[in-house]
Design a protein around this ligand. Structure first.
Ligand code: R2B
Ligand code: URA
Length: 304
């Protein structure tokens, strides 16, 4: 079964679940928020940009950085975790920007997105742009390059996300918003010192064998087979590899959210498997998608 409808480009957040209307209360358990306990429209109704990324610390740093970039009052250092009642995810807001962590892998981001998308719906948010900022392994590109995803593909290089529902496989499209990707690429010209490109992003269920690494606890293939696979991926247009983009693209698309994926490459997987760059170099790499998204948001808000 294939589901392809959804993306409407702006407008309200669409919830594709007829059961929600008959619920008296919706408890967003993993976010420690709910429709009875919180006034979600007052808390979130004016949110226009949602940025998601794996690590809680990185998403806090992004909120603090955005505070400065938006020229808001105060230092922004004391930004509070809206989901402090749970340690599953962390959420911060600065002006019209929401910053949320999603953990590692599809199951983790998928739980967060179900609750986040319902949150945006309950809050009556409109015209929301959502961006995943993250890390990845590059393919034939220099470490530190930033990849803006045009299409998220699975480990067979297909633009699809397969979800098992009641024992059947449901296939969902993983196309992302082309215009948004081009707009982000145009913004990258304003952010000096690192290369940015548009390409396919391959999403896997595992960091080690699933990404063709030879250095996991298990490995059942040769170094030649690994390179043959990665070169095939490169030929299919894949420029980086990570672990959330297909689920992210599919869910956002179906719910009418304009979505983008922007990830920095920590290494070139055609050259190796281990991430050897020093911590301070990696820290600076991880700021690159943040700097690009800050420039994009500032431009959208007419601040530059
Ligand atoms: C990128 O980095 C993480 C694995 O190290 C994973 O969440 C991803 O997509
Ligand atoms: N994240 C991944 O999923 N893969 C890498 O190689 C690096 C970061």
């Amino acid at each position: 079964m294939t589901e392809t409808t959804g993306y409407s480009g702006g407008g309200p957040v669409l919830i594709k679940n007829p059961h929600l209307d008959s619920m008296e209360e919706d408890i967003l358990y993993h976010l420690d928020l709910g429709t009875r306990t919180h006034n979600l429209p007052a808390m979130f109704g004016d949110i226009k940009f949602v940025c998601v990324g794996g690590s809680p610390n990185r998403m806090k740093a992004f909120a603090q950085f955005m505070h400065k970039e938006l020229g808001l009052e105060g230092s922004g250092e004391d930004v509070a975790d809206i989901c402090a009642g749970t340690d599953r995810y962390a959420m911060y807001r600065t002006g019209p920007v929401l910053s949320i962590s999603h953990g590692m892998g599809i199951p983790s981001i998928s739980i967060m997105l179900h609750e986040l998308i319902k949150l945006l719906h309950h809050a009556k948010c409109r015209d929301v742009t959502i961006i995943r900022i993250g890390t990845s392994g590059g393919l034939g590109i220099k470490a530190g390059s930033v990849v803006i995803t045009d299409t998220a593909v699975d480990a067979s290089f297909q633009p699809r996300f397969e979800q098992v529902v009641l024992g059947d496989v449901v296939v969902r499209s993983t196309d992302l918003d082309r215009e948004l990707a081009e707009e982000l690429l145009a913004c990258s010209k304003e952010v000096p010192n690192f290369p940015t490109l548009i390409g396919h992003t391959m999403c896997t269920y595992d960091f080690y064998e699933g990404q063709g690494r030879l250095d996991g606890a298990l490995c059942s293939f040769s170094s030649e087979k690994k390179l043959e696979y990665l070169k095939r991926a490169h030929k299919a247009g894949v420029r980086n590899i990570e672990m959330e983009s297909t689920a992210f693209a599919a869910m956002c698309r179906l719910c009418g959210l304009r979505a983008a994926v922007v990830c920095v490459a920590l290494l070139d997987r055609l050259e190796g498997d281990q991430i050897r760059a020093p911590r301070e170099v990696l820290r600076e790499y991880q700021q690159r998608p943040q700097r690009l998204i800050a420039a994009f948001i500032r431009r959208r808000l007419g601040l530059c």
